[in-house]
Design a binder for this molecule. Structure first.
Ligand code: NDP
Length: 272
Protein backbone atom coordinates (compact mmCIF):
# COMPACT_ATOMS: atom_id res chain seq x y z
CA UNK A 1 0.00 0.00 0.00
CA UNK A 2 1.42 3.38 -0.93
CA UNK A 3 1.05 6.01 1.72
CA UNK A 4 -0.47 9.50 1.51
CA UNK A 5 -1.47 12.04 4.18
CA UNK A 6 -3.25 15.34 4.54
CA UNK A 7 -1.50 17.82 6.84
CA UNK A 8 -3.37 20.62 8.57
CA UNK A 9 -3.83 22.22 11.99
CA UNK A 10 -6.59 21.68 12.93
CA UNK A 11 -7.32 18.63 10.80
CA UNK A 12 -10.06 16.60 12.47
CA UNK A 13 -12.71 18.34 10.33
CA UNK A 14 -11.01 17.19 7.11
CA UNK A 15 -13.07 15.16 4.65
CA UNK A 16 -10.00 14.34 2.53
CA UNK A 17 -9.42 10.83 3.98
CA UNK A 18 -13.05 9.95 3.15
CA UNK A 19 -12.71 11.32 -0.39
CA UNK A 20 -9.36 9.73 -1.25
CA UNK A 21 -10.33 6.39 0.24
CA UNK A 22 -13.44 6.46 -1.94
CA UNK A 23 -11.37 7.41 -5.03
CA UNK A 24 -8.94 4.56 -4.31
CA UNK A 25 -11.78 2.07 -4.04
CA UNK A 26 -13.43 3.36 -7.20
CA UNK A 27 -10.21 3.22 -9.26
CA UNK A 28 -8.82 0.09 -7.53
CA UNK A 29 -5.65 1.78 -6.37
CA UNK A 30 -3.87 0.30 -3.34
CA UNK A 31 -3.23 3.40 -1.24
CA UNK A 32 -3.64 4.45 2.36
CA UNK A 33 -4.63 8.05 3.11
CA UNK A 34 -4.86 9.52 6.56
CA UNK A 35 -5.02 12.90 8.29
CA UNK A 36 -2.18 14.23 10.41
CA UNK A 37 -1.94 17.34 12.56
CA UNK A 38 1.65 18.56 12.96
CA UNK A 39 2.41 21.19 15.61
CA UNK A 40 2.43 24.67 14.10
CA UNK A 41 6.24 24.60 13.99
CA UNK A 42 6.42 20.92 13.07
CA UNK A 43 5.30 20.81 9.44
CA UNK A 44 8.73 20.42 7.81
CA UNK A 45 9.69 17.59 10.19
CA UNK A 46 6.37 15.85 9.53
CA UNK A 47 6.99 15.94 5.76
CA UNK A 48 10.50 14.56 6.23
CA UNK A 49 9.13 11.72 8.35
CA UNK A 50 6.55 10.88 5.69
CA UNK A 51 9.26 10.79 3.01
CA UNK A 52 11.45 8.59 5.22
CA UNK A 53 8.49 6.22 5.59
CA UNK A 54 8.29 5.93 1.78
CA UNK A 55 5.21 8.17 1.56
CA UNK A 56 4.35 9.12 -2.01
CA UNK A 57 2.57 12.39 -1.47
CA UNK A 58 0.47 14.64 0.72
CA UNK A 59 -2.26 17.19 0.63
CA UNK A 60 -1.68 20.36 2.61
CA UNK A 61 -4.31 22.59 4.14
CA UNK A 62 -4.31 25.64 6.42
CA UNK A 63 -2.00 26.89 7.81
CA UNK A 64 0.78 25.05 5.99
CA UNK A 65 0.21 25.80 2.28
CA UNK A 66 2.86 28.55 2.10
CA UNK A 67 5.37 26.49 4.10
CA UNK A 68 4.73 23.57 1.74
CA UNK A 69 5.76 25.76 -1.17
CA UNK A 70 9.08 26.55 0.52
CA UNK A 71 9.90 22.83 0.80
CA UNK A 72 9.48 22.09 -2.91
CA UNK A 73 12.28 21.47 -5.40
CA UNK A 74 9.91 22.18 -8.28
CA UNK A 75 6.58 24.02 -8.52
CA UNK A 76 3.84 23.94 -11.14
CA UNK A 77 2.85 27.25 -12.76
CA UNK A 78 -0.38 27.13 -10.79
CA UNK A 79 1.48 26.77 -7.50
CA UNK A 80 3.86 29.59 -8.41
CA UNK A 81 0.96 31.94 -9.14
CA UNK A 82 -0.91 30.87 -6.04
CA UNK A 83 2.26 31.12 -3.92
CA UNK A 84 0.79 28.15 -2.07
CA UNK A 85 0.87 24.38 -2.45
CA UNK A 86 -1.92 21.95 -1.58
CA UNK A 87 -0.44 18.86 -3.29
CA UNK A 88 3.03 17.46 -2.61
CA UNK A 89 4.49 14.56 -4.61
CA UNK A 90 7.68 12.78 -3.59
CA UNK A 91 9.48 11.35 -6.63
CA UNK A 92 13.10 10.12 -6.80
CA UNK A 93 14.25 12.19 -3.85
CA UNK A 94 12.60 15.40 -5.05
CA UNK A 95 9.54 17.26 -3.77
CA UNK A 96 7.09 18.56 -6.37
CA UNK A 97 4.39 21.08 -5.48
CA UNK A 98 1.09 21.85 -7.18
CA UNK A 99 -2.10 23.72 -6.34
CA UNK A 100 -5.36 22.09 -7.40
CA UNK A 101 -7.83 24.37 -5.56
CA UNK A 102 -8.52 26.53 -8.60
CA UNK A 103 -9.14 23.61 -10.92
CA UNK A 104 -11.48 22.13 -8.32
CA UNK A 105 -13.48 25.36 -8.31
CA UNK A 106 -13.57 25.80 -12.08
CA UNK A 107 -14.61 22.22 -12.68
CA UNK A 108 -17.35 22.46 -10.08
CA UNK A 109 -18.68 25.63 -11.72
CA UNK A 110 -18.60 24.02 -15.17
CA UNK A 111 -20.32 20.92 -13.78
CA UNK A 112 -23.13 23.24 -12.65
CA UNK A 113 -23.25 24.66 -16.20
CA UNK A 114 -22.02 28.07 -15.06
CA UNK A 115 -20.80 29.98 -18.12
CA UNK A 116 -17.41 31.53 -17.33
CA UNK A 117 -16.37 32.74 -20.79
CA UNK A 118 -17.19 36.48 -21.10
CA UNK A 119 -18.79 36.43 -17.66
CA UNK A 120 -18.51 39.25 -15.15
CA UNK A 121 -17.20 37.61 -12.01
CA UNK A 122 -16.91 39.02 -8.50
CA UNK A 123 -14.77 37.35 -5.86
CA UNK A 124 -15.32 38.37 -2.24
CA UNK A 125 -12.09 37.95 -0.25
CA UNK A 126 -8.40 38.11 -1.08
CA UNK A 127 -6.85 35.39 1.06
CA UNK A 128 -4.91 32.23 0.23
CA UNK A 129 -7.82 30.48 -1.48
CA UNK A 130 -8.35 33.41 -3.86
CA UNK A 131 -4.70 33.38 -4.93
CA UNK A 132 -5.16 29.76 -5.95
CA UNK A 133 -8.27 30.30 -8.05
CA UNK A 134 -7.39 33.45 -10.02
CA UNK A 135 -5.25 31.83 -12.71
CA UNK A 136 -7.67 28.95 -13.49
CA UNK A 137 -10.55 31.47 -13.60
CA UNK A 138 -8.65 33.80 -15.94
CA UNK A 139 -7.94 30.81 -18.19
CA UNK A 140 -11.71 30.55 -18.71
CA UNK A 141 -11.61 34.02 -20.31
CA UNK A 142 -14.13 35.96 -18.24
CA UNK A 143 -14.94 39.53 -19.32
CA UNK A 144 -14.01 40.93 -15.89
CA UNK A 145 -12.75 39.59 -12.59
CA UNK A 146 -13.32 41.92 -9.65
CA UNK A 147 -11.71 41.15 -6.30
CA UNK A 148 -13.44 42.91 -3.39
CA UNK A 149 -11.99 42.57 0.08
CA UNK A 150 -12.43 43.99 3.58
CA UNK A 151 -8.75 44.99 3.51
CA UNK A 152 -8.72 46.79 0.16
CA UNK A 153 -4.93 46.85 -0.18
CA UNK A 154 -4.84 43.02 -0.31
CA UNK A 155 -7.28 42.95 -3.24
CA UNK A 156 -5.26 45.60 -5.04
CA UNK A 157 -2.00 43.74 -4.39
CA UNK A 158 -3.46 40.59 -5.95
CA UNK A 159 -4.40 42.50 -9.09
CA UNK A 160 -0.88 43.90 -9.35
CA UNK A 161 0.58 40.45 -8.84
CA UNK A 162 -1.44 38.89 -11.67
CA UNK A 163 -1.20 41.94 -13.96
CA UNK A 164 -4.34 41.14 -15.95
CA UNK A 165 -6.29 44.05 -17.46
CA UNK A 166 -9.47 42.11 -16.71
CA UNK A 167 -8.88 42.38 -12.96
CA UNK A 168 -9.85 45.14 -10.53
CA UNK A 169 -9.27 45.21 -6.78
CA UNK A 170 -11.56 47.18 -4.47
CA UNK A 171 -13.53 47.30 -1.23
CA UNK A 172 -17.10 46.11 -0.60
CA UNK A 173 -18.47 49.68 -0.84
CA UNK A 174 -17.11 50.10 -4.36
CA UNK A 175 -19.29 47.38 -5.88
CA UNK A 176 -22.73 48.34 -4.62
CA UNK A 177 -24.01 49.72 -7.93
CA UNK A 178 -22.77 46.89 -10.14
CA UNK A 179 -24.15 43.48 -11.04
CA UNK A 180 -22.31 40.28 -11.85
CA UNK A 181 -23.04 36.94 -13.51
CA UNK A 182 -21.22 35.07 -10.78
CA UNK A 183 -20.33 36.00 -7.20
CA UNK A 184 -17.88 33.74 -5.38
CA UNK A 185 -17.67 34.16 -1.61
CA UNK A 186 -14.08 33.27 -0.74
CA UNK A 187 -14.06 35.00 2.61
CA UNK A 188 -13.93 32.91 5.74
CA UNK A 189 -16.92 34.86 7.11
CA UNK A 190 -19.27 31.90 6.65
CA UNK A 191 -17.20 29.88 9.10
CA UNK A 192 -18.28 32.23 11.89
CA UNK A 193 -21.87 32.58 10.73
CA UNK A 194 -21.26 36.00 9.17
CA UNK A 195 -21.30 37.30 5.66
CA UNK A 196 -19.42 40.07 3.91
CA UNK A 197 -21.26 43.45 4.10
CA UNK A 198 -22.39 43.66 0.49
CA UNK A 199 -25.38 45.37 -1.07
CA UNK A 200 -28.63 43.53 -1.89
CA UNK A 201 -28.53 45.30 -5.25
CA UNK A 202 -25.75 42.97 -6.31
CA UNK A 203 -28.18 40.08 -6.59
CA UNK A 204 -30.50 39.80 -9.60
CA UNK A 205 -32.38 36.84 -11.04
CA UNK A 206 -29.35 36.31 -13.30
CA UNK A 207 -26.75 36.11 -10.53
CA UNK A 208 -25.20 32.77 -9.59
CA UNK A 209 -23.79 32.71 -6.07
CA UNK A 210 -21.06 30.32 -4.96
CA UNK A 211 -19.65 29.94 -1.43
CA UNK A 212 -16.32 28.14 -1.03
CA UNK A 213 -17.50 27.07 2.40
CA UNK A 214 -19.80 24.05 2.68
CA UNK A 215 -21.88 22.73 5.52
CA UNK A 216 -25.12 20.93 6.21
CA UNK A 217 -27.32 24.02 5.91
CA UNK A 218 -26.92 26.88 3.45
CA UNK A 219 -24.16 29.29 4.51
CA UNK A 220 -25.32 32.79 5.55
CA UNK A 221 -24.21 34.17 2.15
CA UNK A 222 -26.08 31.51 0.16
CA UNK A 223 -29.16 31.83 2.38
CA UNK A 224 -29.13 35.61 1.84
CA UNK A 225 -28.69 35.18 -1.93
CA UNK A 226 -31.49 32.64 -2.11
CA UNK A 227 -33.85 34.99 -0.25
CA UNK A 228 -33.00 37.63 -2.84
CA UNK A 229 -33.91 35.18 -5.61
CA UNK A 230 -30.47 34.61 -7.07
CA UNK A 231 -30.48 32.35 -10.13
CA UNK A 232 -28.62 29.57 -8.30
CA UNK A 233 -26.76 29.02 -5.04
CA UNK A 234 -23.90 26.51 -4.88
CA UNK A 235 -21.66 25.56 -1.96
CA UNK A 236 -17.98 24.55 -2.01
CA UNK A 237 -18.30 20.81 -1.45
CA UNK A 238 -17.85 20.14 -5.16
CA UNK A 239 -14.71 22.29 -5.15
CA UNK A 240 -13.34 20.21 -2.30
CA UNK A 241 -13.99 16.90 -4.07
CA UNK A 242 -12.75 18.39 -7.37
CA UNK A 243 -9.41 19.56 -5.97
CA UNK A 244 -8.98 16.13 -4.37
CA UNK A 245 -9.64 14.43 -7.71
CA UNK A 246 -6.92 16.54 -9.34
CA UNK A 247 -4.45 15.62 -6.57
CA UNK A 248 -5.34 11.95 -6.96
CA UNK A 249 -4.74 12.21 -10.70
CA UNK A 250 -1.34 13.85 -10.16
CA UNK A 251 -0.28 11.05 -7.81
CA UNK A 252 -1.84 8.02 -9.46
CA UNK A 253 -2.27 9.00 -13.12
CA UNK A 254 -5.97 8.12 -12.92
CA UNK A 255 -8.76 10.72 -12.87
CA UNK A 256 -11.49 9.51 -10.52
CA UNK A 257 -15.18 10.07 -11.14
CA UNK A 258 -16.24 12.99 -8.91
CA UNK A 259 -20.06 12.82 -9.03
CA UNK A 260 -20.68 9.63 -7.04
CA UNK A 261 -18.18 10.48 -4.31
CA UNK A 262 -19.64 13.99 -4.05
CA UNK A 263 -23.17 12.64 -3.72
CA UNK A 264 -22.12 10.09 -1.08
CA UNK A 265 -20.22 12.74 0.87
CA UNK A 266 -23.23 15.06 0.77
CA UNK A 267 -25.38 12.31 2.29
CA UNK A 268 -22.69 11.61 4.90
CA UNK A 269 -22.57 15.31 5.89
CA UNK A 270 -26.35 15.60 5.99
CA UNK A 271 -26.53 12.57 8.30
CA UNK A 272 -23.74 13.75 10.60
P1 NDP B 1 -7.66 33.34 4.51
O1 NDP B 1 -7.61 33.35 6.00
O2 NDP B 1 -6.39 33.35 3.74
O3 NDP B 1 -8.51 34.62 4.01
C1 NDP B 1 -9.72 34.94 4.61
C2 NDP B 1 -10.44 36.01 3.79
O4 NDP B 1 -11.72 36.22 4.37
C3 NDP B 1 -9.73 37.38 3.78
O5 NDP B 1 -9.93 37.98 2.53
C4 NDP B 1 -10.47 38.13 4.89
O6 NDP B 1 -10.45 39.53 4.73
C5 NDP B 1 -11.88 37.63 4.68
N1 NDP B 1 -12.77 37.71 5.86
C6 NDP B 1 -12.66 37.00 7.01
N2 NDP B 1 -13.68 37.30 7.83
C7 NDP B 1 -14.46 38.22 7.19
C8 NDP B 1 -15.64 38.92 7.52
N3 NDP B 1 -16.26 38.72 8.70
N4 NDP B 1 -16.16 39.78 6.61
C9 NDP B 1 -15.55 39.98 5.44
N5 NDP B 1 -14.41 39.37 5.06
C10 NDP B 1 -13.87 38.49 5.94
O7 NDP B 1 -8.57 32.09 4.12
P2 NDP B 1 -8.54 31.24 2.77
O8 NDP B 1 -8.45 32.19 1.64
O9 NDP B 1 -7.55 30.17 2.87
O10 NDP B 1 -9.98 30.54 2.79
C11 NDP B 1 -11.17 31.29 2.58
C12 NDP B 1 -12.37 30.37 2.71
O11 NDP B 1 -12.40 29.43 1.66
C13 NDP B 1 -12.34 29.57 4.01
O12 NDP B 1 -13.63 29.65 4.57
C14 NDP B 1 -12.00 28.16 3.57
O13 NDP B 1 -12.61 27.21 4.41
C15 NDP B 1 -12.60 28.11 2.16
N6 NDP B 1 -11.91 27.17 1.27
C16 NDP B 1 -12.64 26.17 0.69
C17 NDP B 1 -12.05 25.27 -0.17
C18 NDP B 1 -12.87 24.17 -0.78
O14 NDP B 1 -12.27 23.24 -1.33
N7 NDP B 1 -14.18 24.25 -0.74
C19 NDP B 1 -10.60 25.34 -0.48
C20 NDP B 1 -9.92 26.44 0.16
C21 NDP B 1 -10.56 27.32 1.02
P3 NDP B 1 -9.20 40.42 5.24
O15 NDP B 1 -8.13 40.27 4.20
O16 NDP B 1 -9.71 41.80 5.33
O17 NDP B 1 -8.78 39.86 6.58
Amino acid sequence: MEKYLVFGNPIKQSRSPYIHTAFAKQTQQAISYQAQQPELDGFKAAVKTLIAEQGKGANVTAPFKEQAMQLCDELSERAKHAAAVNTLSFIDGKIYGDNTDGLGLVQDLLRHNVVLKNANILILGAGGAVKGVILPLLEQQPATLVIANRTVSKAQALCEQFGSDKMTGCGFDDIKNTTFDLIINATSASLTGEQPPISEQLITEKTICYDMVYRKELTPFLHWAQELKAKAVIDGLGMLVGQAAESFNIWRGVMPEVEQVLNDLRVEINNS
